[in-house]
Design a protein around this ligand. Sequence first.
Ligand SMILES: Cc1cc2nc3c(=O)[nH]c(=O)nc-3n(C[C@H](O)[C@H](O)[C@H](O)COP(=O)(O)OP(=O)(O)OC[C@H]3O[C@@H](n4cnc5c(N)ncnc54)[C@H](O)[C@@H]3O)c2cc1C
Length: 295
Amino acid sequence: MIKIDGDVRLDEPMAMHTSFHIGGPADLFVAPADARETARVQAVCARESVPCFLLGGGTNILVSDKGVRGVVVDLSRLRGITVDGMKITAQGGTPVSDMAAAARDHGLSGLEFAFALPGSVAGAVWMNARCYDAEIADLLTSVEYLGADFNPCRYRMRKSDWEYKKSPFQVIPGAIISASFSLAPGDKDRMTAAMQDHRQDRERKGHFLFPCAGSVFKNNRNFGAPTGKLIDSLGLKGLRAGGAQVAPFHGNIIVNVDHARAADVLGLIETLEREVRLRLGFALEREVILVGEWQ
Ligand SMILES: Cc1cc2nc3c(=O)[nH]c(=O)nc-3n(C[C@H](O)[C@H](O)[C@H](O)COP(=O)(O)OP(=O)(O)OC[C@H]3O[C@@H](n4cnc5c(N)ncnc54)[C@H](O)[C@@H]3O)c2cc1C
């Protein structure tokens, strides 16, 4: 038995922690107060051979209806931003939008693209999130994470480790504690205008109309068109399964329109994969991550 500085809950419904508003209970849900407590939780999980899932903003995951066996470690309490010259450092649980706004407030440009991108800084690093012709790897300089022995380690940016929607942290199994980015001086009014444009563009595209996890599949240049357009070309927009629907306004977004179950969403994902494979000959690659017990 250990005492943890942070929130600890049993059978916590994961639907409360995902942008899909879907997901059964986590056996144990822990939100450590800081990096040291995170390391302690992870060390105990490792010692007891209990599986441990690291949760950011929950905006790119589909959690099963049966929930998650073991421990969900919610890193959203690791928040804070420091600025030093042209460098901004944010704790992993900081909303990525807050970091972009703080950079702008300090007259530092580069992160405007990430304003209104849902999720945390750590989630964006882990995913190498991208939008508006920019990606996290463009500006990242270093990442502090908990290494194999749960002590803090520093990753220094090496461009060759990063690809479209791929980061080295998809291989390194450590909790991301903070990330630093190198920015450039910029005009605050221009930055504000760009950020507002991005938010309005997302609103216009319907991103915030229904609970969802953004794009379900990656885009693949070799397919000749974005995945949403491919799905649209097959007349599959609006397709429904239970309470889930392929968004009528975007073929690559699945929305929770009426108390959808994870099984409804997964059913639609599998249908889209099958139809695109059979009718267009392309194998879609999932962007949304399946979490929890699916058997
Ligand atoms: C409306 C909407 C629009 C979206 N638009 C975009 C878009 O334009 N571009 C884009 O790239 N994505 C987009 N997304 C997807 C999502 O916002 C991003 O992938 C985001 O970066 C995920 O961050 P998160 O904190 O929510 O991560 P989560 O969903 O919580 O987790 C994602 C992965 O990161 C890991 N992780 C999270 N935190 C840590 C940590 N501290 N240490 C180690 N691993 C961690 C998790 O274990 C998981 O494997 C959108 C989502 C929504 C809902």
